[in-house]
Design a protein around this ligand. Structure first.
Ligand SMILES: [Zn+2]
Length: 248
């Protein structure tokens, strides 16, 4: 089934509001993040081109091709039974590696820190932390639903490889919801993983992969702007891993 993408170009950057949007190129819907690792095209061409755009001001790089899609559409065309083929570490390798990182960083606080994993797939990360003595819950729109009430607040919110899947026009609301579940004390933290786009990246960059649902890729500037709009400050460990902390 061919995914019904929209060719309607966006008019404004959803992060900074600039109207300086530039065509960044397009690629087939079937291009996946697994391709460079397996050195082959994992999915055949769908014959459907997906256009990306880049903001000339903040360099947020995104596709508007899925602007009309409901969660059910994403489930049909992206987060379906073949999804794992586009990202094999998704099932257990990545969540277990990230659980080990967090368990190490917070080991002295494991009985007091409340952790929420947003977009945590099937809950492997939170389960591993619970087995290590932590309190950890998962919220995932597609794979789990939510184990927590929207009003519950947390000391640490983790969200690994998620923000790039959120539609450009929902980025601000998504970040606001994240901030809304963070406790207000200065020690509260958000830990985000997503690959930041660099000035020399082009449409051929592997992380712009439609079959994985990578439709919103941030620059350091755009991620910082999104965070500061909800009172958080960005500290990047490297181009992949980022802390958000209360700004004041
Ligand atoms: Zn922008």
């Amino acid at each position: 089934m061919k995914p019904p993408v929209s060719a309607h170009p966006p008019t404004r950057c959803s992060v900074c509001g600039s109207s300086d949007l530039r065509a960044f190129g397009d690629k087939d819907f079937g291009e996946s993040g697994a391709d460079p690792f397996e050195q082959r095209r994992v999915f055949a061409d769908y014959g459907v081109r997906v256009a990306y755009h880049q903001c000339g001001s903040c360099r947020f790089t995104f596709s508007a091709a899925f602007d009309n899609w409901s969660p059910a559409d994403f489930e049909t065309h992206v987060y379906n039974d073949d999804y794992v083929l586009s990202d094999k570490p998704f099932l257990s390798e990545r969540p277990l590696r990230n659980a080990a990182i967090v368990a190490g960083l917070y080991h002295r606080e494991r009985e007091s820190v409340d952790i929420l994993d947003v977009g945590g797939g099937k809950g492997v990360f939170a389960q591993a932390l619970r087995e290590a003595g932590f309190s950890a819950a998962t919220r995932d729109l597609y794979f789990m639903g939510s184990e927590v009430a929207a009003t519950q607040r947390f000391d640490l919110i983790t969200t690994f490889e998620v923000i790039e899947h959120v539609r450009h026009d929902q980025q601000q609301a998504w970040m606001a919801a994240l901030a809304g579940q963070l406790k207000t004390q200065p020690s509260a933290r958000v830990l985000i993983s997503t690959e930041l786009i660099a000035p020399d990246h082009t449409i051929g960059w592997w992380y712009l992969c439609p079959r994985n649902g990578h439709i919103s890729v941030h620059s350091a500037r755009s991620l910082g702007l999104l965070a500061s709009a909800v009172g958080l400050r960005l500290f990047s460990v490297n181009p992949s891993m980022h802390w958000l902390a209360p700004a004041a």
